[in-house]
Every structure is written in C-alpha cells, then in structure tokens.
Design a protein around this ligand. Structure first.
Ligand SMILES: [Zn+2]
Length: 103
C-alpha cells in the first residue's frame, strides 16, 4: 500500500483527512484522502505553505481536487525557482501515486 494511514487536518479544507508519505514516488510528497476533497497529493513544502494561505485560496485547490477526472489526482507542489509564490497544481495518474489497491 502506497499510503500509511494517519489522521491529520486536510491542508485544503481543514477537516480530518488520512495522509501518508508517497513511498512509491518520493518521500517528499504526501498522499491525502479527505472526505471533502477526495484523494490528492501534496509536496511537503507545498503543504506547509497551504496551511498559511487564506481559506478561499485553499478551497480553490479543494475544488480542483474534487474535479479530478476518474483515474487522476491533483498533485500540489511548490517550485523554489521564484516563478510563483503559491503552489502549483497539476493532474497526474492516481495509480502512480496511490498504487493499484485501496484507493
Ligand atoms: Zn479536504
């Protein structure tokens, strides 16, 4: 299983979510499973930034995550090259991040 279960606050909507390091891709990323935002992935650096962002901005990521097509997940990451002050978000294969089973 690519995700070890642990309860924490969702960095997007603040409700309770399960999260775990993405062992299959990089331990610098965490897989989340939230009842509201569904499944998504956040880089550790991006997660820290998300918690400091205004609620409306975080909820935009939440909406994007909810809108993910079948088989894809939103991956939220932060580039350190100064091109953006807020984390970027792209859709990637859910299986790549979460593995085949469970999610
Ligand atoms: Zn959430």
């Amino acid at each position: 299983m690519a995700i070890k279960k642990g309860a924490q606050n969702c960095p997007l909507c603040n409700s309770e979510a399960n999260s775990g390091p993405s062992i299959s891709v990089s331990d610098q990323y965490k897989c989340f499973q939230c009842e509201i935002c569904k499944a998504f992935v956040a880089q550790l650096t991006a997660e820290e930034i998300l918690f400091t962002m205004p609620r409306e901005q975080r909820l935009e990521y939440s909406k994007k995550s909810i809108d993910a097509k079948e088989g894809t997940v939103l991956v939220i990451y932060f580039k350190r090259d100064g091109s953006s002050k807020i984390p970027k978000a792209v859709y990637e294969s859910k299986e790549k991040w979460f593995g085949r089973d469970k999610f």
